[in-house]
Design a protein around this ligand. Structure first.
Ligand code: 5GP
Length: 116
């Protein structure tokens, strides 16, 4: 696992701008730069966890807080009852491109299944 940071570290530290829609001490939520749905927000932990494989008993509270932040946000924007999709891509076959875990929140349209 690389020790180098990712672009998401720079978004957390505000070195590069992002359209932040949620923030607390543990989690940051910001709009995806290349949206795939009317609502496409990324929720990330404020610690580096590179992939889904790196979630463990020491850091899983961050993941729980990411889910709770999503629940608050979908209620706030009125999409909770309509429904939405939460996605985490892992490694090459999962098409992960940024190695700092993130949950994609996709909402505002009917989703397709199976995903591509
Ligand atoms: P992945 O493919 O790793 O699951 O998703 C990475 C996501 O991060 C992509 O949807 C991509 O559009 C988004 N992304 C990459 N760089 C930036 C950035 O600098 N700012 C924002 N807001 N999103 C980014």
């Amino acid at each position: 696992m690389s020790d180098e940071g990712t672009i998401f570290d720079k978004i957390i530290s505000k070195e590069i701008p992002a359209d932040v829609i949620y923030e607390d001490d543990f989690v940051l939520g910001f709009k995806d730069i290349n949206p795939q749905a009317p609502v496409h927000v990324l929720f990330i932990p404020k610690v580096r966890i590179s992939t889904h494989n790196d979630i463990n008993t020491d850091n899983v509270d961050y993941v729980a807080k990411m889910h709770l932040a999503i629940n608050d946000y979908v209620k706030e924007i009125g999409e909770a009852e309509n429904g939405y999709r939460v996605v985490m891509n892992c490694n090459e076959n999962g098409q992960q491109t940024v190695y700092h875990i993130h949950m994609h929140l996709l909402a505002g349209r009917m989703m397709n299944w199976p995903p591509g």
